[in-house]
Design a protein around this ligand. Sequence first.
Ligand SMILES: Cc1cc2nc3c(=O)[nH]c(=O)nc-3n(C[C@H](O)[C@H](O)[C@H](O)COP(=O)(O)OP(=O)(O)OC[C@H]3O[C@@H](n4cnc5c(N)ncnc54)[C@H](O)[C@@H]3O)c2cc1C
Length: 469
Amino acid sequence: MDVDTVILGGGPVGCTLAFLLNDMGVSNAVIDRDLEPYGLPRAAVMDDEIQRVFHDHGFGDWLAGNTTALERADFVDQSGAVLIGTDMPPLGLQGVPPVVCHFQPDLDAMLRARARSGGSCTFWGRTAVDMGDRGDRVETLLDDGTTLTSRWFVGCDGASSWTRRQVGITLDDLRFDQEWLVVDVEVNEGSTVDLPLGVRQYCHADRPVTYVKCHDRHRRWEFQVQPDEDSAALNTPRGIWSLLEQWMTPQDGRLVRSAVYRFHAVVAPEMRRGNVFLAGDSAHQMPPFAGQGLNSGMRDAVNLSWKMSFVARGLAGDAIFDTYGAERIPHVTSTVAHAVDLGRLIDQLAGRASHGVDIESGYGGKRPAPFLEAGVVVPGDPRVGHQFWWRPEVSAALRTDCTTFVVVTNGPVDLSGSAHGIPLVNVVDPEATGGSFAVVVRPDRYVAAVAADEQELNDALASLEAVML
Ligand SMILES: Cc1cc2nc3c(=O)[nH]c(=O)nc-3n(C[C@H](O)[C@H](O)[C@H](O)COP(=O)(O)OP(=O)(O)OC[C@H]3O[C@@H](n4cnc5c(N)ncnc54)[C@H](O)[C@@H]3O)c2cc1C
């Protein structure tokens, strides 16, 4: 079988990549060894960037029915006093709530179905036993003897990635290693149990605890396992209810699932070897305190998909793939570092350790957000490398088949004479340019360049073309 892209791993990142590629006309096959999505507790929150992608690709109804906006996030001390925190506005810069909660098994199942209905060839219950990059193609052998030939291969095969080992990429360790017990509870219908509204980090000296008010009646607790404790004994109904007793009792709800994880922080120094790419947990893993593991993996999928679509249609050359790691590795390294600092901050504010983490790293603090520092961007303006703020006209122009960049200008401009090969659409929206002459927006909504006049715009487009072709 011949396809453009073979995706190993039909988890949430692999299936996100698959539906994006389908919507962009890039044929693909997805292989997963498991017949059903992973069942243990993991991701609970989705950020606004990924919600916006989901809205644009027709998942608005699913988001409306399967997510709940997060109302608040804070850190509290032993007495319940708030140390740092923030109330979430109903809508953020992307025209959606800044963060929503979901139930990951429902999300994963929906994504699998959507990949398949969108045109992906799916191989559930199968794995790869061999994969070879021949330069002009990748040959993949499945365990049932099927051979797949593709232009590209993407390893979305999770933390212990077979793909990563096949291409010999070793993860850099950012040094975090803690054992936590993660518990999902469903509170009873009509329950009056009094629980916090959003995400809360309990900075307790004896045991840091995370609480998340998840979608619908789902509630999440994460308990840090102490060095002298037996995590297997804690991870029993008796152990869990004794941990939960200061919040609720078995009369208030039921245990849904639980797992013990070692949270750690690792990032791949490369996300591409030839025609083979890594995305999601295969390339980076982080503690869950920032709720960014899956969001970051989906960002990989968004980044890679439009570049594959541009190359498949002859709108960009192979060189654009060098920008995948150049954009994603610094961004995700910064995200992982923040997640680690959040974890350390909990211990620090509990008086258990002194890590020197600035309290501004806490929820709602002033720590700067990561952005694209290099790649398909023209650095200079502070908006470059960040997501463009949501504007309906620009959204309409940024088509989901990813065939164009959008040049947002404060007045009419003639782009026809520009000596560049990037497909462009002009949207006149003076309010959106923030006083500049033009803002160039990439297919994935990141700001590629900001120009003060027509000459700067043409220079910026020429620079972008040089990186892409
Ligand atoms: C407690 C906890 C809380 C979290 N909370 C959040 C959160 O709130 N927000 C957030 O964004 N992230 C969160 N995360 C992280 C998030 O769950 C992961 O980053 C995400 O699930 C990774 O998705 P993935 O598709 O890359 O990998 P996976 O979900 O691991 O999927 C990999 C897939 O590949 C398949 N596979 C693996 N090897 C092979 C093989 N050799 N052949 C065939 N198939 C294979 C597997 O069966 C699996 O389906 C949390 C994680 C934990 C542990």
